[in-house]
Design a protein around this ligand. Structure first.
Ligand code: GDP
Ligand code: MG
Length: 607
């Protein structure tokens, strides 16, 4: 390919501002997808993405565009997720690009992820092309939003393009703009070959499919390659591009984006962030190839922020679960996991996630795509402990908390949060932040009626329900972004939950001392609602060490209730039985007590 006619760009935006829809229009306009195959948010190919209407995985498509200058350009466009949990997907995609199309919903304005993604693109040194989307909406305010965007980028408001991903208006102009302002990729065709693995996927039959961006040299089918960081050696079985389905081609040169299949099945051998180069060899008619000396800059390790235990309801599924996690990890570089054993739940895994949405999606994918039946325990953050003997311990599970008399200091992760809200909700938002042990850091006007608030907050206080509370306090008008800022010492205690006098490891949690009493009370009340009646009374207690803070009791069945079950008409009885059976699936026997799945997540519902 003619390198000067290549343009690589990502589409970035706050969630729901219209990235995937704009990508649809680009696929249509460039006739990449036949009309009859067109469907909304085409690149959201994962079942879960389509159902939830969100993008989880980045996609990389090649399209050809006939520009106003009479030339045909090869575009690689990468659609990215917008949710804060998936920032790492965005930052990886950006490294495969020279430009970023910044989409801002003209009826909403600049939001938290608009800022966060813009900063990522600036950091990656990309040319940013802003556009105001959804101008077809009656509520669109291109003047106001244009001023916000102009202010953010330091550009002239009049030069910002106005488009509609829905009607297609202005989309062609955006692509012409791209041709003009985004530079063609650099890279030397004659240098030793180097390509960055920026994403990957696991195919059951063909093994690892690595998404690559070639920087130098040319890769061809049959080449002997090596992944520099892992030291993996392999041969190129197939090279290709996404159109958007996989299409094999003969070679990939500098600036091109595509995939490589080598037959390697072990997900750890071809990892995202690694650099592929040639091994020394002679290709075709005596063309000598040599390995590159320096790998490309990789990616910073992503650290999981939230942890929870996932246990198969049927312990026989444990090996299948390990297998599934290995495969999912390839698609999801942010997933971390280690085996965990629980007295209550048996064998399972402690899994690290980027946030609650990520956790939700992983659990659902494991169940759907790998046919597992899982119980999830309460999410918690990771803590660092310094013991009196000087050792430092990292713990990801409250059940791993040692005897408090050994502990000198507990440290918990803090994040800097940025909240964008209309001015009228500033008061209630500040109240929420203070309630969550937040320390006020600053306040900045984005426009006359929109404010950005900045707080340092313990991550543990915001992972659970902060976002929901923020949304309800601001009628959905506030948006949130956060970044980790390290660990700080905190006065935390372990709250144990006892059922029938026995502590249940999977229900314990670490809380700030000042909140333990209130939390214990709410938690036992919530559990009382969740745990069904049994043949006997079940006392539920919350305790710190041996000190009981709160107590509730689930009363035993009364005789007449049981009797009622067997009276009445047949169909009703059948329904009840069916329902019980369905419910049973997600029950776990803990000592003598049957505990439903919901109980392990009850804390999520405590405000
Ligand atoms: P993403 O999260 O940024 O990928 O956003 P989507 O492309 O999934 O769009 C979010 C919602 O906005 C969908 O319901 C789209 O149909 C809608 N939408 C996207 N672009 C436009 C537009 O230009 N005009 C209108 N009216 N709706 C749009
Ligand atoms: Mg999308």
């Amino acid at each position: 390919a003619d390198q000067s006619k290549i343009r690589n760009f990502s589409i970035i935006a706050h969630i729901d501002h219209g990235k995937s829809t704009l990508a649809d229009r680009i696929l249509e306009l460039t006739e990449t997808v036949a009309d009859r195959d067109m469907q909304d948010q085409l690149l959201d190919s994962m079942e879960l993405e389509r159902e939830r209407g969100i993008t989880i995985k980045s996609q990389a498509v090649r399209v050809y565009f006939d520009a106003d200058d009479g030339e045909t350009y090869m575009f690689h466009l990468i659609d990215t997720p917008g949710h804060v949990d998936f920032t790492y997907e965005v930052s990886r995609s950006l490294q495969a690009c020279e430009g970023a199309l910044l989409v801002v919903d003209a009826s909403q304005g600049v939001e938290a992820q608009t800022l966060a993604n813009t900063y990522l693109a600036v950091d990656a040194g990309l040319e940013i092309i802003p556009c105001l989307n959804k101008i077809d909406l009656p509520g669109a305010e291109p003047e106001r939003v244009g001023a916000e965007v102009a202010d953010l980028l330091g550009e002239d408001a009049d030069s910002i393009l106005r488009i509609s991903g829905k009607t297609g208006e202005g989309v062609e102009a955006v692509l012409n703009q791209l041709v003009k302002t985004v530079p063609a990729p650099g890279g030397d065709r004659d240098a030793p070959a180097r390509a960055l693995i920026f994403d990957s996927e696991f195919d059951q039959y063909r093994g690892v499919v690595a998404y690559i961006r070639v920087v130098d040299g040319v890769f061809k089918k049959g080449d002997k390659i090596t992944a520099m960081a892992a030291g993996t050696e392999a041969d190129v079985d197939e090279l290709g591009i996404f159109s958007p389905q996989m299409v094999p081609i003969n070679e990939l040169g500098p600036g091109e984006v595509g995939y490589v299949i080598t037959g390697i099945k072990d997900v750890m051998l071809l990892r995202v962030g690694d650099t592929i180069t040639h091994r020394a060899q002679v290709r075709g008619q005596g063309e000598k190839l040599v390995p590159a000396q320096e790998p490309l800059p990789g990616y910073r390790e992503i650290k999981p922020m939230v942890f929870c235990g996932l246990f198969p309801t049927d312990n026989a599924q444990y090996p299948d679960m390990r297998d599934a996690l290995e495969k999912l990890s390839l698609n999801d570089a942010a997933l971390a996991w280690e085996p965990e054993t629980s007295d209550a739940l048996g064998f399972g895994f402690r899994i690290g996630f980027l946030g609650l949405l990520h956790m939700d999606i992983v659990r659902e994918r494991l169940e759907r795509e790998y046919d597992l039946d899982l119980i999830a325990t309460m999410p918690s953050v990771g803590f660092e402990l310094e013991l009196h003997d000087g050792t430092i311990q990292e713990i990801h599970s409250p059940s791993a908390y040692p005897d408090p008399t050994f502990i000198k200091e507990v440290r918990e992760p803090y994040v800097k949060i940025h909240i964008l809200t209309p001015t009228e909700y500033v008061g209630t938002t500040m109240e929420l932040c203070q309630d969550k042990r937040g320390e006020h850091q600053g306040m900045q006007y984005i426009s006359a009626d929109r404010v950005q608030l900045t707080y340092d907050v313990p991550l543990g206080e915001i992972v659970l329900d902060f976002f929901d509370q923020l949304k309800s306090r601001t009628r959905g008008y506030a948006s949130l972004d956060y970044e980790p800022i390290g660990l700080r010492a905190s006065d935390l205690v372990k709250l144990d939950i006892l059922l029938s006098g026995e502590p249940v490891d999977a229900l314990s949690l670490l809380v700030h001392r000042t909140k333990a009493q209130e939390m214990g009370k709410k938690f036992t009340e919530k559990l009382k609602e969740k745990i069904p009646r049994q043949m006997f009374d079940v006392p539920i207690q919350a305790a710190i060490g041996g000190r009981i803070l709160a107590r509730e009791t689930v009363k035993a069945y009364r005789k007449d209730v049981t009797a009622k079950l067997y009276g009445g008409d047949i169909s009703r009885k059948r329904k009840l039985l069916e329902k019980q059976k369905a419910g049973k699936k997600r029950m776990k026997q803990v000592g003598r007590v049957e505990v439903p799945q919901e109980a392990f997540l009850a804390v999520l519902e405590l405000g």
